[in-house]
Design a binder for this molecule. Structure first.
Ligand code: HEM
Length: 413
């Protein structure tokens, strides 16, 4: 079969999105800054240029809330507006803001996500990981998404936000609907349903926020609601709701995707699994390598505020950019044999799955701790993972990379 050339690819095509590796390699080799002929969006794909763009928040803005999943402006929809009017007005906070406003939100949310606060969650994560494993270990097989990759992050975020177990199913649905609003392949029906869910989510948490304002308690929600770091004004209810929505969007599916792709990598590379099981102190490095290869936030939007140049290519003011973190993390100029899973790789401090610069992932300490403690539990109790590669499909998503589903078989250790 004739090899595809760059011009044959549509970057928004579901097939390219679910399997972007050849396209990304061609981009890195032939056009590190590439203007998509279909949409005019600029794609940045090499490690150095991706880092250059994400570190330059003055020129490359995160105010991308007005861009819809396909790269154009969001069309008007009175029915959608009507649903949204029943909720709280949308406010752009951290992830969809630029400094100095972004800095204020960041300062107000820092405390509950600091490494020292997150360290206190260690016993909870350990218990939860073992509890989840107990439920399927005797079957010698499981649907990894349902059994672990999905519930672990959802239950962690629910726990830190004080959501009772009885509301977990609702919380997961709201979380999915918050994510849906930013996903590719949306339908109008899907958007309407997601909007209704988001309104329900807002009313549920608005009540909790008001309660925490009146009677602060010793939990993350109280910290977020009442924080006044460095004399900053505490956030309004609308601002808190926006931040909570971002925690769900940024924190759930990303961690799920790393759990899923991480398990897939261990199944595909039994020699790496043996290395780690013979020396469990390799787990933190293994997790960084899993993050590098999976890079769940595979692409990030940016809006170019002024005419500039990246990698010798002129970018007009107002251009929409797609920053390809997933491609950067496999760039051979930065990571030798970039597609290879190597748990002993020695330059993983430079991997950028959590981004770089002012928007560096707020939840990175939490995600890392969840992944490390969970894999410690998993690899001390289970081994010899098998997956059916023919069944494995990746999400055709513009922003999130990860397996759609994953069934595994294993032996007890
Ligand atoms: C493996 C898991 C995760 C990955 C790969 C990941 C990745 C990222 C990336 C790449 C960014 C920067 C986005 C940009 O530059 O536009 C980011 C920001 C963010 N992440 Fe994460 N994330 C993960 C887990 C989490 C968790 C568990 C939370 C919280 C519960 C979280 C909360 C956030 C927030 C609030 C931001 C916005 C920070 C800002 O704009 O200042 N993330 N994340």
């Amino acid at each position: 079969m004739k090899q595809k050339t760059l011009a044959d690819y549509n970057p928004f095509d579901p097939e390219t999105l679910s399997c972007p590796y050849d396209f990304n390699q061609q981009l890195r080799e032939q056009a590190p800054v590439y203007r998509c002929p279909h949409t005019g969006v600029f794609f940045v794909s090499t490690y150095d240029l991706v880092v250059e763009v994400v570190k330059n928040e003055k020129v490359f803005s995160n105010k991308f809330a007005m861009i819809q999943a396909g790269g154009g402006e969001i069309p008007e929809d009175p029915e959608l507006d009507e649903i949204r009017r029943k909720g709280y007005p949308a406010v752009s906070t951290m992830l969809t803001q630029d400094p100095p406003e972004q800095r204020r939100y960041r300062a107000l949310c820092q405390k509950p996500f600091s490494a020292s606060r997150v360290a206190k969650l260690q016993p909870y994560i350990q218990n939860l990981a073992n509890e989840l494993i107990d439920d399927f270990i005797d079957d010698n097989k499981c649907n990894w998404m349902d059994a672990f990759a999905v519930p672990m992050p959802v239950r962690m975020i629910a726990y830190i936000l004080g959501v009772p177990l009885a509301d977990l199913a609702l919380f997961k649905k709201w979380s999915d609907s918050n994510v849906y609003q930013f996903s590719a392949g949306q339908t109008r029906e899907g958007l309407l349903e997601a909007a209704r869910d988001v309104v329900d989510f807002q009313h549920y948490f608005a009540e909790k926020i008001e309660a925490r304002k009146e009677h602060p308690s010793d939990d993350v929600l109280s910290d977020i609601v009442n924080s006044s770091a460095d004399g900053e004004t505490p956030m309004s209810v609308e601002e808190c709701l926006s931040v909570l929505s971002q925690l769900l969007v940024a924190g759930n599916e990303t961690t799920t995707a790393t759990f899923a792709e991480g398990m897939y990598l261990l199944a595909k590379h039994p020699e790496q699994l043996t290395l780690v099981q013979n020396d469990m102190s390799l787990i933190p490095n293994m997790v960084e390598e899993m993050l590098r290869l999976s890079t769940p936030t595979t692409q990030r939007w940016r809006v170019c505020l002024e005419e500039t140049e990246v990698g010798g290519v002129k970018i007009p003011a107002g251009s929409t950019m797609m920053v390809k973190c997933g491609s950067a993390n496999r760039d051979e100029m930065q990571f030798a044999q970039g597609d290879v899973f190597d748990v002993t790789r020695d330059n993983l401090k430079t991997q950028i799955a959590f981004g770089k610069g002012v928007h560096f992932c707020l939840g990175a300490p939490l995600a890392r701790q969840e992944l490390i403690i969970s894999f410690e539990a998993i690899l001390s109790r289970l081994t010899n993972f098998r997956v059916d590669e023919d069944e494995l499909k990746f999400l055709p998503s513009l922003l999130l990379h990860g397996p759609v589903d994953l069934n595994i078989e294993f032996d007890k250790r």
